[in-house]
Write a protein that binds this ligand. Structure first.
Ligand SMILES: Nc1ncnc2c1ncn2[C@@H]1O[C@H](COP(=O)(O)OP(=O)(O)O)[C@@H](O)[C@H]1O
Ligand SMILES: O=C(CO)[C@@H](O)[C@H](O)COP(=O)(O)O
Length: 462
């Protein structure tokens, strides 16, 4: 029998990735990737070009497809569904003042988390709507509809008919009630100044359209929700993703409302919830370190592994692009403990340890907010390809770290969502996931202790 293929698309911050997968087994039969333009604002048409360049040749081989996308980006459209301006992405921190302002209007941090699942930070879509109203009033007035990156691509692939989203991605807008699982359009109106059209909310396993080639289209979801589907995340697992963002996420059965703001209480693709702690500074911290030392990623990893744990006393706070967890949108990176004898090995290792310590902050926040102890960590994303990250991670996290077989788990999760919707069943298909490689090491709590001291000492710095 000819196998049925499904296509998973991951339109993430740095690139668009596509995986063609056997719908019955999850076996990957083809893959492709196309980079996105750098920056924190982008014309959404550029995403379409990257999608066509990566996935275009695979669509006619798929019976169904699904798009997972970077969360939160504000795609503001006019009455003819033309973008009124470039999309503002999750990592654009311009709207930090508006986040604080709107949070106050909603009654403060805990009241906001109770209402929408998350304390407002600049990443969330609603804060960008208020920014638009204050900084570009003419564009704000022209805005008739607001959608998320994955909604825009799903709409395009379906022949530009209906705008649809899913509960997972919608839960990251700041105008969605995670407790009631519905949009709160009055909050979008409060932010922007007038009512806008929002996409229809579809179930994670719903078919919402069809491509010109005849492939059925599933609702899609946010990239972190898709990663949980791709990994088949289980209770007690914490997924640590080192993409452009650094994310610690876990699947739980009840909605989370963390008034501290460290954890965003999002909804998963399906009946569960996906609380996550997200930093603005993920794998690009390693890119920055390698660039500063003038070496390739491979050489950078080798350099880092040539230094002792603790990096000879050099500690890095890697808040290069401002930070979201903790909420320090104006902050910059800080290096402490440099001596005349500091070596290149120690410098490289300090970058790796700094990134991992910021992810340990995220894991700790997740444990605090959910009350669930971490049984194991699954490390994914571009940064997980670094040997130094893999080997130093268990020293910093203090638990074993599993690195799944190299695979694009967001795109794989999108493919699983497509297979799920195509099957018409209540549950996603069971796919055998290859056994991960386990990394274990003697915990080195002193690394994190020194990092935490630097984080506290620099609170209030910019
Ligand atoms: N071997 C490696 N070592 C360190 N970083 C890497 C390696 N391979 C990829 N990366 C980094 O991972 C990031 C891309 O990861 P990815 O998960 O694709 O991001 P996103 O999903 O946000 O687009 C880039 O910053 C890239 O430089
Ligand atoms: O803002 C968040 C989650 O809240 C980010 O995780 C974005 O969803 C972008 O993800 P990557 O491109 O880094 O995977």
């Amino acid at each position: 029998m000819t196998p049925t293929h499904v296509l998973g698309i991951d339109s993430s911050t740095q690139s668009c990735k596509a995986l063609l997968v056997d719908a019955a087994t999850g076996e990957i039969v083809a893959s492709s990737r196309q980079p996105h333009l750098p920056g924190t604002q982008i014309n959404p048409e550029r995403w379409i070009e990257a999608l066509e360049a990566s996935a275009g040749g695979l669509i006619d081989r798929a019976a169904a497809l699904s798009v997972a996308g970077q969360q939160h980006g504000m795609v503001a459209l006019d009455a003819r569904n033309e973008p009124v301006r470039d999309a503002m992405l999750w990592n654009d921190v311009s709207s930090a003042p508006q986040a604080a302002q709107l949070g106050g209007e909603l009654g403060g941090a805990q009241a906001t988390a109770d209402k929408v699942g998350s304390v407002l930070v600049a990443s969330l879509t609603i804060t960008k709507l208020r920014w638009l109203r204050e900084h570009e009033p003419a564009n704000a007035r022209r805005t008739a509809r607001v959608v998320l990156p994955h909604d825009y691509l799903t709409w395009h692939l379906g022949g530009r008919k209906e705008f649809v989203t899913d509960h997972g991605d919608a839960s990251g807008t700041g105008y969605y009630s995670t407790a009631e699982r519905r949009f709160l359009p009055e909050l979008a109106e409060q932010a922007l100044g007038h009512r806008v059209q929002l996409p229809r909310l579809a179930a994670a396993n719903e078919l919402v359209g069809q491509t010109a080639q005849g492939a059925r289209i599933a609702a899609g979801t946010g990239d972190n929700m898709a990663a949980a589907l791709g990994l088949d995340l289980q209770p007690g697992d914490v997924c640590v993703s080192m993409g452009t963002s650094g994310v610690a996420s876990a699947l739980v059965e009840r909605s989370v409302h963390d008034g501290s703001g460290m954890v965003s209480g999002f909804v998963a693709a399906g009946a569960n919830y996906l609380p996550l702690a997200c930093t603005l500074n993920g794998a690009p911290v390693l890119d920055f370190g390698a660039r500063m030392l003038g070496v390739s990623q491979q050489e950078f990893s080798d350099l880092a592994l040539g230094a002792e744990p603790g990096s000879g006393g050099v500690t890095l706070l890697p808040y290069f692009g401002g930070e979201r967890t903790p909420n320090r949108p104006e902050s910059t990176g800080v290096l402490r403990g440099l001596r005349t004898g500091t070596t290149r090995n120690e410098m490289a290792r300090a970058y790796v340890e700094g990134l991992l310590c910021s992810m340990k902050d995220a894991v700790a926040a997740l444990e605090n907010a959910t009350g669930v102890a971490t049984r194991r960590i699954l490390l994914i994303g571009g940064g997980a390809q670094s040997e130094a990250v893999r080997r130093i991670a268990p020293q910093v996290f203090g638990v074993a770290v599993d690195v799944p077989q190299p695979a694009e788990y967001v795109a794989l999760g999108a493919a699983r969502q497509a297979a799920w919707a195509l099957s018409g069943k209540e549950e996603p298909p069971h796919w055998d996931i290859a056994a991960p490689t386990r990394f274990e090491a003697q915990p080195r709590p002193e690394i994190y202790a020194r990092y935490a001291e630097l984080r506290e000492a620099t609170d209030g710095w910019t």
